[in-house]
Structure formats: C-alpha cells, structure tokens
Ligand binder design. Structure first.
Ligand SMILES: *Cc1c(COP(=O)(O)O)cnc(C)c1O
Length: 420
C-alpha cells in the first residue's frame, strides 16, 4: 500500500504551478492596463477550465430535473448528482454519502442547523458558545435562535492583533450549559488556524455538539470529519474552485436522522396528505425543491481538481506565500499586521497608518491588484480590535511569489502616494 504521505511527496516534486495557473482562463487578463493580480481568494476563488466545461457540458448534454424522471436525461442528471454526493463524502471522509446535504453555501448550512437542530435542541437558559473571530454567518443565525428560544450567546475571546483564541478561558466558558459550540476552522480576517480536533474533543467530553465553519479550510487543506471529531461541518463551493450557489453541510447521521425538516416542499416527502405529511430521511429530507443541479455536478469537478493538485500541497503553497507576504509587509514602516506571526493560513490582513483600507484597495485596483478592504463580515472582531476595517490579501495555489512582490511594490507606491 502506498501511504498518503508518499503520494503527496511525489506530487510535490512534480507539481508545475505555472501549468496549473494556465487552467484558470480568467487570470490571463489586464485590469486598468496592468496584468491582473487576483488576491481576493478568501472572498471567492477563480474556477479552472474543468469546472467551467463541466457546467456547459451539463447544459449542453444532460440537463433535466433530478430524482423524479424516468427518462434518459433525468437518469443521467440524477446519477451525476448523486455521484457528486459520494465524491463529497470521500473528500471529507464522511462515513456515508447520506451525511452530505447540498445547500447554497456555508451561510445556508449554518441557518439550516440553527433552524432545524437548534429549534429542537436549544431551550431557554442554554448557552451557545462562539468565538470572537466568527464570520457574521456564524453569529447572526445564533442571535436569531437565541431571541426565539431565550438561549444565551457566549464568546471565546481573541487575544488581540495576534488573533489567537484565548484558550485559557475555555474551561470557564465550555460548561455543561453549553449545548452547541460553533467556531471557524480558519479565520477569514486573521488567517488563524484553530485547533479543531482539540476543541471538539474538549466539547465531546461534556456532551456539547460542535459545528465547524470550514469555509476557509475546505479547499485549502485535507479535511477528515471523523478525525476532527466534530458533529457538523459546513463549507461553500465558490471558495474552493466550484460554482457559486452550491455548498455542503455534513452532519453525523444519527444527529441528522433526529432533526426536523428545514424547508418543506417537493422531493423531501414520502407521502403528503391535505393535513399531514411524512418525510424522507437525510439527506433528502433537507433538500426540498429543485436543487442547484449544475452546481452540484460541477462541484464534483472542482473536488477532483483540488485532489489532483493535493490539498497538502495547496496548504503549503498558500502558507509560504502568506508568510512571505507577511514578512515583506513587516519590513515596511507604519504597517499594522493582524493574525499570528507563525503558522498562519494563506491570507494577510493589514492597515497602513493614516491610509483608509478602502483607499488601499481602490489604488491597488488601479494597478491591477485585487484586494479586499472592509470589515470582512467580522464587525464585532473589528470593534474588539478598535478598528473599522482592514485591507486583506488572500492567496490560492495559482498565485505566485512574483505576484506577492508586485503587491508589495504597489503597497510601497500607495504609502508614497498618501505620504504615509
Ligand atoms: C465566506 C465565509 C462564510 C460565508 O460563506 P458564504 O459562501 O457567503 O455562505 C462563512 N464563514 C467564513 C469563515 C467565510 O470565510
């Protein structure tokens, strides 16, 4: 048997990153008269030709509604749709494909859990434990649920600009009143990589259910839901080379089987009577109506693509670029950097003294460099750090060291331009 590490070491030697980059047609263009340097991957990744072709192939050859047809096209669409579910299961090492629910994205996955699992399992006086680095989509659904149920939200603090979870507070915060502990794997603002397996283990000892927001990690490092030991995990297709409008919710089968439906409608029922209906088991119970069929099928192509590159290789590549970028920025004057100094994931948040993040991004765009500036859907974190926004450069495997150099050169120009 060839071990996984042997394969990835062999792959690493053979990876031709420039060739991979050429699979992304969108990257080969000029923006405002400069070559595009796309560093906004934490907001959405670009798509390889294989995914774009998969979408058009589906519409050109197989398009039909799934699950209910008895004709050839419907059978083809259904087979491809369900093959993707199986592929997602292997991608995250789920026990069975019945644990895979297709959603519109991370946001919908969390809302589904809050509405379905939450309404059944969260009562007045219960606590929901989150962290101060959560994306709005892992805060607001819990606020809505807390308002409805009388539950209370509690937060693990972030240490400050270095952006680590203050785990010295965990014993105090992770108590038996906590019914759910929901946290991000990688912070989309700080680049922090949280110790998921350790956090889940501590929660499990107290019988606390765990939810991992894998929006920033799913396409960037190997994920194994069984060894992470979580109960739910959610991610979006569009951040990992897949189409927009498609996402995944994974849940342990025994938990999913005890959850009430989320949306009601076609496809999720066994029988419908005028006054009462019976429902299918997971995953179909949670997939009412016609799903994003092309999105599901193209997600399969995206996962195949990522695994051909190797997620360990992707992580190393992204981390090297981000660390290089961080070190280069740290050498400039009047730069405030956010997130851990070492061990960070593939993104860097920063502020230039006396220059608004919005202005950094606007001027960078004029030079062809796509960054993101703002609160990154982390308003409470911004408030905690005493800032309104940051500028962020986020990387993927098609980015190059030369692009980081270009970004640093542009940052220098911005500082000069604003006299900062
Ligand atoms: C992008 C993101 C989300 C939301 O994902 P959508 O695709 O917009 O639903 C949630 N959490 C994190 C950490 C993210 O980066």
């Amino acid at each position: 048997m060839i071990s996984e590490t042997t394969i990835s070491t062999q792959q690493k030697k053979m990876i031709d990153w420039a060739k991979l980059r050429a699979d992304f047609p969108i990257l080969d263009q000029q923006v405002h008269g400069h070559p595009l340097v796309y560093l906004d991957n934490a907001a959405s990744s670009q798509k390889p030709r294989a995914v774009i072709d998969c979408l058009s192939n589906y519409y050109e050859k197989d398009n039909a509604n799934v699950h209910r047809g008895i004709h050839e096209l419907s059978n083809r669409a259904t087979a491809a749709f369900e093959a993707s579910r199986q592929r997602v299961a292997t991608f995250i090492n789920a026990k069975t494909q019945d644990e895979i629910i297709f959603t519109r994205g991370t946001t919908e996955g969390i809302n589904l859990i809050a509405a379905s699992w939450g309404s059944k399992n969260i009562k007045a006086g219960d606590k929901i434990l989150l962290t101060e680095m959560e994306h709005h989509s892992n805060i607001v659904p819990w606020q809505l649920l807390a308002e409805k149920t009388g539950a209370k939200l509690v937060y693990i603090p972030v240490t400050g600009d270095e952006g680590l979870l203050d785990l010295s507070k965990l014993d105090q915060l992770l108590t038996p009143e906590v019914k759910l502990f929901a946290f991000t794997h990688i912070s989309n603002t700080l680049g922090t990589l949280n110790p998921v397996a350790e956090l889940c283990e501590r929660a499990r000892k107290l019988g606390v259910t765990t939810l991992v927001d894998a929006a920033q990690s799913a396409g960037h490092l190997p994920l194994d839901v069984q060894s992470l030991g979580c109960d739910f995990l959610v991610f979006s297709g569009h951040k990992i080379c897949g189409p927009t409008g498609i996402g995944v919710l994974w849940g342990r089968q025994e938990i999913l089987d005890n959850m009430p439906p989320y949306h009601g409608g076609g496809e999720m029922i066994v029988t419908v009577d005028f006054f009462k209906s019976t429902f299918k088991k997971a995953p179909h119970r949670f997939e009412a109506g016609t799903p994003d069929i092309s999105g599901v099928i193209a997600l399969h192509a995206a996962l195949d693509y990522l695994d051909a590159v190797g997620r360990e290789n992707i992580f190393k590549h992204d981390q090297e670029l981000a660390t290089y970028c961080y070190d280069q920025l740290a050498q400039l004057k009047n730069v405030r950097l956010f997130g851990p100094k070492t061990g960070r994931a593939g993104l860097v948040s920063f502020l230039l003294e006396d220059v608004h993040a919005h202005d950094v991004v606007t001027v960078a765009d004029q030079r062809g460099v796509a960054l993101r500036g703002g609160h990154h859907c982390n308003q409470p974190l911004m408030k905690k750090l005493g800032i309104a926004s940051t500028a962020r450069a986020s990387f993927y495997f098609y980015n190059t060291r030369a692009e980081v150099d270009r970004f640093i050169e542009v940052t220098r120009e911005i500082q000069k331009f604003f006299g900062a």
